[in-house]
Ligand binder design. Structure first.
Ligand code: ZN
Length: 345
């Protein structure tokens, strides 16, 4: 009889013990679950955009949402000249539009949406470029036409020339004067060969041995070397920090017939630049010179002709390119050459 209460008591404790144990298990199941963060939901999307869309105009807005309702951070994942607002996902043009129906009718880019916990979803945004009647040329070809006019009509404020097209229509006879280093004439011949390859109108360039035989006189040396020879040019360049200078004359028939060049150094880019002036070129527009010098006709000249330089000289010295044209007429002519595929731009 004495045992029974004791067993009951033990049983009761055991039950209590099991009960507590069960409760702990239940608590663990409720608190331990790993929290799940779902990635943002963003599908591939497409937008129609007019090729005439202006700089900084909105061209699309990314749609995405986060399952947890968190704010998203949008990023552009393709190296392309567009802006994506990181907060709103609104896509805008940059300073220049990349949409040009004549270049590409569709453009696809990658974007990403990231939530605060770092879960990221990527999607493809496709722009369907809508044609606007803006002529048959690509934007790149249009920029070439603009540059042809800018360079050959010398529209840069730092260059000047006639208001109607002009060029050489007789052989250029260049006399290299001044304190010439050994073999410099050979080096110059190499530069001239590059010009000769571009000038198709039988406009030969030859080196001559004296000023009397020449129609282009180049002097290499310090500015003082031309003080007595060309006082008019000396007055323009003295203490102005120029590296070189060129002046030419043309006649009433828009033919350039003589020129004078001062070269402060034997720099390749400088030689090509000043001779470029003599054949009728002004200065390349800042758009191609500010960030990096890419043209021999930039004020600080590149050593090598770029594609625009070469094609501009080729057109100017093509037998079918007349002199005496105004800018509008010349624009039509160069446009037609591009349409006909006679210029590879
Ligand atoms: Zn210049």
């Amino acid at each position: 009889m004495k045992i029974a209460p004791s067993i009951r008591a033990f049983t009761a404790i055991t039950c209590l013990s099991i009960f507590v144990s069960c409760e702990q298990d239940q608590v663990e199941e409720e608190t331990v679950p790993v929290p799940v963060n779902e990635a943002p939901i963003m599908l591939d999307q497409s937008f129609d955009v007019l090729e005439s869309a202006r700089p900084f105009e909105v061209v699309g807005a990314i749609e995405a949402r986060d399952p947890e309702g968190e704010d998203l951070l949008f990023s552009l994942e393709t190296d392309v000249d567009l802006l994506v607002n990181p907060v709103t996902g609104v896509i805008t043009n940059k300073g220049t539009t990349i949409f040009d129906y004549e270049t590409a009718t569709v453009l696809s880019i990658q974007v990403s949406a990231r939530d605060k916990k770092g879960a990221t979803t990527r999607a493809t945004i496709t722009f369907n470029v809508v044609d606007v009647e803006d002529g048959p040329l690509t934007n790149y070809q249009k920029s070439f036409v603009d540059e042809y006019i800018y360079l050959t009509y010398k529209l840069s404020p730092t260059a000047s020339g006639g208001s109607l097209s002009e060029k050489w229509r007789q052989p250029i006879k260049l006399y290299m004067d001044g304190d010439l280093p050994d073999n410099f004439l050979q080096t110059v011949e190499g530069y001239l060969n590059e010009f000769r390859a571009l000038m198709q109108e039988g406009t030969t360039i030859e080196l001559v041995n004296s000023q009397q035989e020449s129609n282009v006189h180049a002097v290499l040396g310090p500015t003082g070397a031309i003080a007595n020879l060309w006082p008019d040019m000396f007055a323009l360049i003295n203490n102005q920090g120029f590296g070189g200078y060129a002046l030419y004359n043309s006649d009433g028939d828009f033919s350039i017939f003589n020129g004078r060049i001062w070269l402060g150094s034997t720099d390749e880019g400088l030689f090509k630049h000043e001779l470029g002036h003599i054949i009728g070129l002004g200065h390349t527009s800042d758009a191609y010179c500010e960030d990096q010098v890419t043209s021999v006709m930039c004020s600080g000249a590149a050593d090598e002709f770029n594609l625009f330089d070469r094609e501009i000289i080729k057109i100017l010295y093509d037998p079918n390119t007349p002199v005496g044209l105004n800018q509008i007429e010349m624009r039509e002519l160069v446009t037609q050459l591009l349409i006909n595929g006679e210029v590879s731009i």
